[in-house]
Design a protein around this ligand. Structure first.
Ligand SMILES: N[C@@H](CCC(=O)N[C@@H](CS)C(=O)NCC(=O)O)C(=O)O
Length: 218
């Protein structure tokens, strides 16, 4: 069977890349990575061949091209149904899709003000009120999940696409020293301890140093 290829961008800055990559790891998919430097205009033409949106992550698998992170998560769930990327109960599955959708389309203030930057640490970072409102909503989403499914992940004992969708939020909370309640702190620690997260983090640290114009959500 042809091996899958996942195209991604920077591991230090690429929040969407991290989400798609983590979903593929959680699914147990065998894949090779193709890393396209986000600041290289020459790569745009190549990206168009891989992803109609010209955005990453983009997955190629058995002649199928899937782009956009949520579509990749749904596709992975179809080809790897035993991985539990979506909860098995319909109500929990609907809840999972709802909070993934909220992450996919929302939290613009938090994403803009606190861009993912795994190598950085900003103690006492001043968070403006709109970003704080987004953070409060994320924490409320997490609290509801912990109360409904008992943790340690958002939908219970094993990680789902929701944990992948919120993984770059976890890293932001750590980078920007966001004040967290005990349960959310424990959740962040649990996500960071996933072997795949450790692998991604180690690779991000080896990337060339920060590029100023990339200190923004992309
Ligand atoms: N809605 C898209 C967002 C993907 C996205 O914004 N990807 C960024 C990188 S993490 C990108 O490809 N940026 C390249 C560019 O804008 O040229 C998804 O869910 O995958």
């Amino acid at each position: 069977m042809a091996k899958a290829v996942l195209t991604i961008s920077s591991k230090n800055y690429g929040a969407w890349s991290l989400r798609g990559w983590l979903m593929a790891k959680l699914a147990g998919l065998e894949f090779t990575e193709k890393v396209i430097p986000p600041d290289d205009p020459a790569m745009k033409a190549e990206m168009l061949l891989l992803s109609s949106s010209m955005l990453v992550p983009a997955l190629q698998h058995n002649g199928v091209k899937v782009w956009d992170t949520l579509a990749i998560g749904e596709y992975l769930n179809e080809i790897k149904p035993k991985a539990g990327l979506l909860p098995s109960a319909a109500a929990a599955r609907a809840h999972c899709r709802a909070i993934c959708g909220e992450m996919h389309s929302g939290f613009a203030s938090m994403r803009g003000a606190l861009p993912m930057n795994l190598k950085a640490h900003f103690p006492n970072f001043k968070i403006w009120s709109r970003a704080q409102a987004d953070i409060d909503r994320v924490l409320a989403i997490w609290r509801e999940c912990f109360a409904s499914y008992g943790g340690p992940f958002l939908f219970g004992k094993t990680p789902t696409i929701a944990d992948a969708m919120y993984a770059p939020v976890v890293t932001r909370f750590l980078t920007y020293d966001v004040a967290l309640d005990k349960a959310s702190q424990a959740y962040c620690k649990r996500v960071m301890e996933l072997p795949a997260m450790k692998e991604w983090f180690a690779a991000a640290k080896k990337e060339p140093d920060e590029i100023d114009e990339l200190d923004a959500e992309f």
